[in-house]
Design a protein around this ligand. Sequence first.
Ligand code: ADP
Ligand code: MG
Length: 451
Amino acid sequence: MVVQAAKSRIVRLEGVSKAYEQPNGQAISIIDDINLELRSGEIVALLGPSGSGKSTLMRMIAGLIPPTQGQVIYHDRPLIGLNPGVAIVFQSFALYPWLTVLENVELGLKAKGENSDPRRQKALRMIDIIGLDGFENAYPKELSGGMRQRVGFARALAVEPELLCMDEPFSALDVLTAENLRFELLDLWIEHRIPTKAILIVTHSIEEAVILADRIIVLGRNPGRIRAELPVTLPHYRDRKSPSFQALVDQVYKILTNPEILAEAHQEPTTVSQPERSTPAKYQSLPQVRIGSIAGLLELLEDRQNKDLYRLAQELLLEVDDILPIVEGAKLMDFVKLAEGDISLTPIGQEFIGGSIDDRKLLVRAQLTAHIRLVQQICNILQAKRNHRIAEELILDILEKNFSPREAKRQLQTVIDWGRYAELYSYNEPAGEIFLEQVPDDNEVEVETPV
Ligand code: ADP
Ligand code: MG
């Protein structure tokens, strides 16, 4: 086995954080205190739910954006500006429609100042290696998605990057094309047909991470922190159906679906333990899901033997990104509990399923007012105000102290959806107002009408 320490270090992140300043001057933390090394000879997968800052972290490694705190070290020197050792493959392919395949592939080399002859030679060679032979003079619009992404790969690989960074490179492709390209890339890597020394792949697919990576870094959100670092020692090519593959997928799934589980990075890489120190209380973040989806999940869980969340997601053909918010919503309302990746109904969840539509509304109402801070805040303000109306801007102002403007809007949308379902308040969209339909009793003025 190769000793980790002997592998040469390419990039090191030291206490890297990233925050974005809001128009109101408030800073929102996206990435928090990341320490990480990328070494020669390995494929590292950066895995996490959407919004956990994966792209942001990759962009800092590539030198496209600077960290707010900490340093990116490239070969023992702090990185300033673009990372000369990195080339990127984007999810959206990012090709120039008015350039041919060959011209698109040459772009990166041109940017590096290569002369036109060697540039063309290198581009043609990579086009050949990547299976684009015969398409040199085609334009992107003439190509299928899979072929376009091949151009994306050829362009990145043509510059012979030391570190190839890929941001969800297969997620815009259909399943079969994605699987094909994944294994072709793996072939190139394993057979040393590309001089690239390390690969960093950003993904939200657990299986993709376990298929490709030698090491999986799991990011949590709000703010993005490393939740776990897992080495993958299974030999390539990995069999998705093998028990060891499944066990690893399950383990990662458990970490992703259970915010309380935190595998201590760097120390005991494969053991999952409860955090020693409690993380500071942060503003409660609501997942963007409808009560209907939560109801759907609860109904599915009724009299079900297998409670394994990962299997459940597979049966429903849902990605972790799709099922996580639903589970989170159900958990916030105390309808389900999670233990070691198994999900089950709580007594309140059982009650929900057994109830009529009105019972369900009442239950959701009780759970929202008991557990959701933003709902409590809105209800309190509505009660306190004489006209029982609030402009949504007021709620947005509160939210924007903790979330980006876009995320604040999503949070508002969710809290409006949930509150309306529970008939806690109504919403007038054109006016942008949240209001109480029924004015509370103690404020009603009794008017004696003479007979
Ligand atoms: P991921 O790739 O894991 O989905 P991103 O790195 O794209 O996550 O984004 C993480 C968070 O940072 C998101 O909430 C996003 O809205 C926010 N964000 C990203 N870029 C900016 C920016 N330039 N300004 C403000 N917020 C940003
Ligand atoms: Mg991203």
